[in-house]
Design a binder for this molecule. Structure first.
Ligand code: ADP
Ligand code: MG
Length: 300
């Protein structure tokens, strides 16, 4: 081997060692490939360096995305693209900003407010959800409320938006109301209340699913209120519930807490009422219809 070739080989080893020392392992691994390409394609020094570091950046981004996804605890791999809008023509924007309506709030007034809310029309279905999927609502810390009966896709839409948030680089955390209440309760007992509150204040987007499916214990409602209150005007929360806004007072067993929570949640919010058929039951219904037809055909 000639002298210059020796030093070139040594320089290559040195370069790999530098990359490894700096923990640029993906760049170290890509090095031979990039050098070959540089020679074959006569890449400029800048182009070759750019390509080398690009492999490291891509790998780092992938690792960060995977870590944000793990942290987010999303229960399903759903995306907004999976949602079948044709199956759910009832997805409708019900309200956008009702703060003034809620100002002078009384439990008795709930029903009246709810009536006014449902009369406010707006963008509908696919367009509204796609608008939410741009994640602009995160910029002004506004909230999203999905209201509707079981099986209409509230969780699916929440997960889809949350997933979009994760992919856009935000810290997102998914939980259910019952799980949140249980975590806060445990933290209070173990003297970790402040840490627990900081945890729920942290994510740029917090999803609280299934509010109203299980009755919250007394301290659960107040924990939920504190979580909502500390995030108010700072970061966005997506909340899904089967309890119509008019019935929140009953669901919480405390009209004042319900009113205070709604006040914060709805100050800046998009409320999406979904009132279509249950997607879960669709398969059963199709099956039942087929059976009924078969039985009718045999009988005739
Ligand atoms: P909810 O939270 O309102 O009870 P889910 O979001 O859990 O409902 O949806 C129930 C099931 O039906 C899920 O498996 C979901 O993927 C499916 N589903 C509901 N709505 C749709 C839809 N519009 N398009 C595709 N799948 C849907
Ligand atoms: Mg659900």
């Amino acid at each position: 081997m000639t002298q210059p070739a020796m030093s070139e080989a040594r320089r290559y080893q040195q370069l790999r060692a530098h990359l490894a020392y700096l923990k640029l392992n993906d760049a170290a691994e890509a090095l031979p490939r990039v050098l070959d390409a540089a020679r074959a394609e006569r890449l400029s020094l800048t182009a070759a360096l750019e390509r080398l570091l690009e492999s490291e950046v891509e790998a780092t981004e992938a690792r960060k995305l995977a870590s944000r996804l793990r942290f987010s605890c999303l229960p399903e791999p759903w995306t907004i693209g999976d949602f079948d809008f044709a199956a759910q023509p009832g997805v409708d924007e019900v309200i956008s900003d009702v703060h003034s309506l809620l100002r002078a709030y009384e439990a008795r007034a709930m029903e009246a407010i709810n009536l006014k809310i449902s009369k406010v029309g707006g963008l509908t279905n696919a367009k509204l959800i796609r608008d939410l999927a741009t994640l602009r609502f995160l910029d002004d810390a506004s909230n999203v409320l999905f209201v509707g009966p079981p099986g209409v896709g509230k969780t699916m839409l929440s997960v889809g938006l949350a997933r979009a948030g994760v992919e856009a680089g935000h810290r997102v955390y998914f939980t259910t109301a019952a799980e949140l209440a249980a975590k806060c309760h445990k933290a209070a007992i173990e003297g970790r209340w402040a840490t627990c509150m900081r945890f729920f204040a942290g994510p740029r987007l917090l999803v609280i699913d299934e509010l109203g499916y299980l009755p919250l214990p007394g301290d659960g409602a107040s924990a939920l209120f504190q979580v909502i209150n500390q995030r108010y005007l700072k970061s966005s929360t997506i909340l899904s519930t089967n309890v119509g806004i008019a019935d929140w007072a009953t669901a919480f067993g405390d009209a004042t807490v319900a009113a205070a929570m709604l006040d914060r949640l709805l100050h800046r919010a998009t409320v999406v009422g979904i009132d279509g058929p249950s997607y879960r039951l669709r398969a059963h219904q199709t099956h039942a219809t087929t059976l009924r037809k078969a039985v009718a055909a045999r009988a005739s």
